[in-house]
Design a protein around this ligand. Structure first.
Ligand SMILES: Cc1cc2nc3c(=O)[nH]c(=O)nc-3n(C[C@H](O)[C@H](O)[C@H](O)COP(=O)(O)OP(=O)(O)OC[C@H]3O[C@@H](n4cnc5c(N)ncnc54)[C@H](O)[C@@H]3O)c2cc1C
Length: 240
């Protein structure tokens, strides 16, 4: 994210005077060299899949937003985080230990994957840690899976949570930087022509801005109403 955008986000949220609380670190699970799950004590915190929280540094002025990856019935609050080289907050978070205390906001945000889960006519598309809100959904509502889930990452080991995702109607995986038997070698956007297109289907996109821009363009070009496209951008490609 650019410095301008980051400053704006901090100022905008600062004006809202977010309610904050202190919680302890329960566990930090390192899945790969740069992707880890931060688990915090849950307390009585309620949330809906798709919501995020702001996690603060000790200075209490700097924070970043992270989407909740745990399910609504889990006893902890989980976050799937990509450590960025030189990243102020991810550097700090990846070095936390059980028992450390962190300041966080209450859950907030408007992204709600599968809001229409009663009829199940929705599709999830994610890159990298953008899978977090969809994993939270799958853990919370395994009985109402999406029609399809498209998930792309650079390497096979970066595909996190496959066990929970397998309950989705159909999971299609893409890996761009290595060839793996049975997985598409390339970008997740290569899989778009396989998607069902209907006016009653809602599409939820999360992750890198370029993926979200390309998928949105493709869906609109194929007649999808923009009201059926729901987006959450985590990262800006100009920085990757
Ligand atoms: C609503 C929302 C939810 C989010 N949820 C998650 C989540 O669940 N998991 C998650 O991992 N992130 C998530 N993010 C991104 C997160 O908020 C931070 O922006 C990110 O973790 C970087 O923070 P940092 O302080 O470590 O890096 P910064 O100090 O902000 O940036 C460090 C350096 O990394 C560069 N950089 C920025 N993006 C990338 C990139 N993709 N690759 C390489 N370098 C880059 C920056 O330009 C800068 O030079 C979310 C963002 C939003 C807006």
């Amino acid at each position: 994210m650019t410095a301008e955008k980051k400053t704006f986000r901090i100022q905008a949220s600062g004006q809202q005077k977010m309610e904050t609380m202190e919680v302890s670190v329960r566990k930090v699970i390192h899945y790969t060299r740069d992707v880890f799950e931060l688990q915090l004590e849950r307390r009585q915190i309620e949330f809906e899949p798709g919501q995020c929280v702001a996690i603060y540094l000790d200075d209490e002025a700097t924070f970043r937003e992270y989407s909740i990856v745990s399910g609504t019935d889990d006893r902890y609050l989980g976050f799937l985080i990509k450590h960025l080289e030189g990243g102020i907050v991810t550097e700090y978070l990846q070095n936390r230990e059980p028992g450390d205390t962190l300041k966080i906001s209450s859950p907030y945000g408007w992204f709600r994957p599968g809001r229409q889960h009663e009829n199940g006519q929705f599709i999830f598309i994610a890159t990298g840690t953008g899978i977090a809100p969809f994993l939270s959904y799958m853990k919370s509502f395994p009985q109402n899976p999406p029609l399809r889930l498209l998930y792309g990452a650079r390497q096979h080991e970066d595909l996190i949570g496959l066990k929970d995702l397998q309950q989705a109607g159909m999971v299609q995986l893409a890996v761009s930087r290595e060839e793996i038997n049975g997985l598409h070698h390339g970008r997740v956007t290569d899989l778009l022509p396989t998607l069902p297109l209907r006016q009653d289907i809602h599409y939820y996109l999360c992750g890198l801005d370029t993926m979200i821009r390309d998928v949105t363009y493709w869906l609109k070009n194929h007649g999808t109403d923009s009201r059926n496209i729901h987006r959450e951008i985590f990262f800006y490609a100009s920085h990757s």
